[in-house]
Ligand binder design. Structure first.
Ligand code: 5AD
Ligand code: SF4
Length: 484
């Protein structure tokens, strides 16, 4: 007897333009189930959304939470909640391990709470081996779904509340975008806006193209409409999200009037009245155009921050990574940015320990860090992802050597970041206040246009405001200051 409902072969053609309406009906249905549960428990049922990974996942989690709250759950941070959902990442193996550890702990909570439901979704669930592992060793999980059908969450939630079986619904791919659903923003004053999904680049170490599928862009009209709605709802800053924003609209036909370049889209977004800051993440260095630099230059609303993943400074490693640029091309691009936009902070991602990487290759990376003078860099140890080309490369680097190279690189990264930040000491900057400081309630914390954090005296009433702050003292990655 099967204890699973496997919807693996869901018919994708069922996705119609009325999908959002259909999901709203499921929300109404789920409300009844949750209200029955409330009566049974004698209190409001609670829900907890646990997010791993990138900004895209954070945005997806806002959608999951919105639906859970709409149907009657009360939000909690505790994983002892009546409904717990893990939104997973699989870019590196340690993210997978962390989720499995948390799931294990959750099973103990479930033993004490028979009403508890546990769900798991996101990138890790797009990998068959991960789903198989959950099916085999984590039998207490109630609902598994992937990245392509997250918009069906209300429907899946209903199925899950109706059944004691493990519900599995994973789509291998989709050509649909359903975005017009409720979202509950973590911050009232800033929001991510998806402009495209998926990735076509197939960097040889990266699992993303396999779990997020091919590039699909949203129409400029839908993106602008979403930005306008967000502004009407109090948002001051948006971050346009895509795995490679420079290839925005490449998937549209040449004669499609929606086909505008990413810089053109950025410029349109800047025109939205009331919107004060626009960020974007992530551009790929291989197709970073002069047009984009011009648009950033003439639009003060665009944040003075470019995240430009380097991955490696060795031309040979870059070739084996399928990055499609050389060390010199990357450095030329950085030079161009620094010359045209001297106030822009440049941050990056670097991987250490890619197969075949020698200490001399790492020296090349360190050389780029020194020459580019990154304002910050996220350094990662290479993680072998099954199914990617690099996982099959013969010359995996021994762990000890990777660690040594990593430490060597990190020292230089921290040094350049400190030197870069210090340059702003004594200047004044516009700061968007995000929260009351965790450590000291007499301070608030905000972000400058170039993404650097600033702490300064203030109270809750400033949250969501953009204020001018003098950057009195640099503490490495952040400043302390005072209002001017
Ligand atoms: N191992 C380590 N880091 C990786 N990244 C992507 N795939 C891997 C991997 N297999 C890093 C890249 C990317 C960032 C989001 O994650 O640096 O830019
Ligand atoms: Fe992964 Fe490369 Fe696509 Fe970025 S551009 S998501 S690193 S394949």
């Amino acid at each position: 007897m099967s204890k699973e409902i496997n919807i693996l072969n869901s018919n994708r053609s069922e996705v119609s333009d009325n999908e959002s309406l259909k999901q709203l009906e499921f929300i109404e249905k789920a409300k009844v189930y949750v209200s029955d549960l409330e009566k049974e428990l004698g209190r409001k049922p609670t829900a907890c959304v646990v997010t791993f990974g990138c900004q895209m996942n954070a945005r997806d989690s806002e959608k999951l939470l919105a639906i859970l709250k709409l149907v009657g759950y009360e939000e909690t941070e505790s994983e002892k909640a009546d409904f717990v959902i893990y939104n997973t990442c699989t870019v590196r193996d340690n993210a997978d391990q962390r989720v499995l550890g948390r799931l294990g702990a959750c099973s103990n909570h479930k033993k004490k709470n028979p009403h508890m439901k546990i769900a798991i979704c996101g990138c890790m669930m797009q990998e068959q081996s991960a789903v198989e592992k959950i099916q085999k060793s984590y039998r207490f999980v109630d609902l598994i779904f992937g990245t392509h059908n997250i918009y069906k969450f209300a429907e899946l939630l209903c199925t899950c509340l109706e059944s004691d079986r493990m519900i599995i619904d994973i789509w291998k791919e989709t050509d649909k975008i359903v975005e017009d659903l409720p979202v509950l923003r973590k911050y009232p004053f800033k929001s991510g806006v998806n402009i495209m999904f998926g990735c076509n680049n197939f960097c040889t170490y990266c699992i993303v193209p396999y779990v997020r599928g091919r590039e699909r862009s949203r129409s400029p009209k839908d993106i602008i409409r979403e930005c306008e709605k967000l502004v009407a709802d109090g948002v001051k800053e948006v971050m346009l999200l895509g795995q490679n924003v420079n290839s925005y609209s490449n998937d549209f036909a040449d004669n499609d009037p929606n086909k505008i370049t990413f810089p053109q889209l950025l410029e349109e977004v800047c025109k939205v009245e009331g919107l004060e800051r626009v960020r974007f993440m992530t551009p790929h260095p291989k197709d970073f155009s002069d047009e984009l630099l011009d648009v950033i230059g003439r639009n003060p609303k665009i944040a003075r921050h470019i995240h430009l993943p380097l991955q490696s400074g060795s031309t040979e490693i870059l070739r084996r990574m399928n990055r499609k640029y050389t060390k010199d091309q990357y450095l030329e691009l950085v030079d161009k940015i620094r010359n045209k936009l001297p106030d822009v902070a440049i941050t990056t991602d670097i991987i250490v320990g890619f197969p075949g990487e020698t200490p001399a290759d790492v020296d090349e990376t360190i050389d780029v860090v020194k020459k580019a003078q990154f304002d910050n860099a996220f350094t990662f140890i290479y993680s072998k992802r099954t199914g990617t080309p690099a996982a099959g490369f013969a010359d995996q680097v021994p762990e000890k050597e990777v660690k040594e190279n990593f430490d060597r690189l990190l020292k230089v990264v921290q040094e350049t970041a400190r030197v870069q930040s210090e340059k702003m000491t004594g200047m004044s900057a516009d700061v968007l206040v995000e929260s009351v400081n965790d450590q000291d309630a007499s301070l608030v914390t905000g972000r400058m246009s170039n993404n650097t954090l600033v702490h300064f005296p203030g109270d809750e009433s400033l949250i969501g405001e953009i204020v001018k702050v003098k950057l009195s003292e640099c503490h490495g990655f952040y400043f302390s200051g005072e209002r001017v």
